[in-house]
Design a protein around this ligand. Structure first.
Ligand SMILES: [Zn+2]
Length: 268
């Protein structure tokens, strides 16, 4: 909108154009990235620098410690994220990492992340398979608070971790809770199976992060889900992932949706 031009000028300009990296629509949000335990500052600084060079509006970050972090580790991790969000001048948005195995403590941590740390999205990784009933109270609270959930899913050729969700699990959970909104990470790695699995669950979006740049991934996701359900995520490293969307055989309008608008609607 022209009226908002002055206010949003800095963000509306895709600085990557100058570096010879054009993208459709010229606006970018990265909805999937992490501060890893023990290297939070390095991760944060690298991502801030990249966001600045390219002109990304924001990167959504969550903390990862181990597969089954303790309550203390979760608490500290979310604090790390909150600290960097504060320091980032709007370049970072925080996603609350939760461990469903912590029961009521997980809900208390969610409340803390929402009320005290201002987080507006939740990340669930591999502590519990997402069809495990211990996950349900978190989903129900997220519905109440209107928070989208970034749910990890992968189909590993070498075999999944024991509590790692498959795309069919994400679909099952989403169909159980039609009012919840989920982003399934990585299009589940095996993007054909991943996109197929969540087709019938309209409350699941798919992010394209965390895989090699593979021709066909974005086209398949768009064909099966529609461009409005595909989201740009990098899993740390925006430039490496841009080509997946920019070079996909889809319209510029669809690319622009994936680079920016879909994420903006989920996490304004
Ligand atoms: Zn990730």
């Amino acid at each position: 909108m022209a009226a908002g031009g002055t206010m949003k000028k800095r963000r509306a300009v895709w600085a990557g154009e100058r570096a010879g990296i054009p993208i459709a629509g010229g606006r970018l949000i990265d909805l999937h990235a992490h501060l890893w335990a023990g290297r939070e500052e390095l991760d944060a600084r690298l991502m801030l620098e990249e966001a600045e060079i390219l002109g990304a509006e924001y990167i959504a970050i969550s903390h990862l410690w181990g597969y089954n972090p303790s309550p203390d580790q979760v608490h500290q991790g979310n604090d790390h994220v909150a600290r960097w969000v504060k320091q980032s001048g709007g370049r970072f948005r925080g996603q609350a990492i939760l461990n469903p195995r912590h029961g009521k403590r997980a809900l208390a941590e969610l409340r803390r992340c929402y009320e005290e740390l201002g987080m507006r999205m939740v990340k669930l990784w591999v502590a519990a398979r997402c069809t495990n009933p211990i996950v349900f109270p978190i989903v129900e609270r997220c519905i109440d608070l209107r928070l989208p959930i970034l749910q990890h899913a992968f189909c590993k050729a070498t075999g999944n971790l024991s509590n790692e969700s498959l795309p069919e699990d994400v679909a099952e959970l989403a169909l159980r809770y039609p009012q919840a909104r989920f982003v399934m990470a990585h299009v589940a790695g095996d993007y054909i199976r991943g996109a197929w699995a969540i087709r019938r669950a309209p409350n699941v979006w798919a992010d394209i992060s965390g895989t090699y740049c593979e021709a066909g991934m974005v086209e398949t996701a768009v064909r099966e889900l529609g461009a409005s359900r595909v989201i740009f995520g990098s899993d740390n490293g925006i430039a490496f992932n841009l080509g997946k969307v920019q070079d996909a055989r889809i319209s510029d309008a669809d690319k622009a949706r994936i680079f920016y608008r879909n994420a903006k609607e989920l996490l304004p």
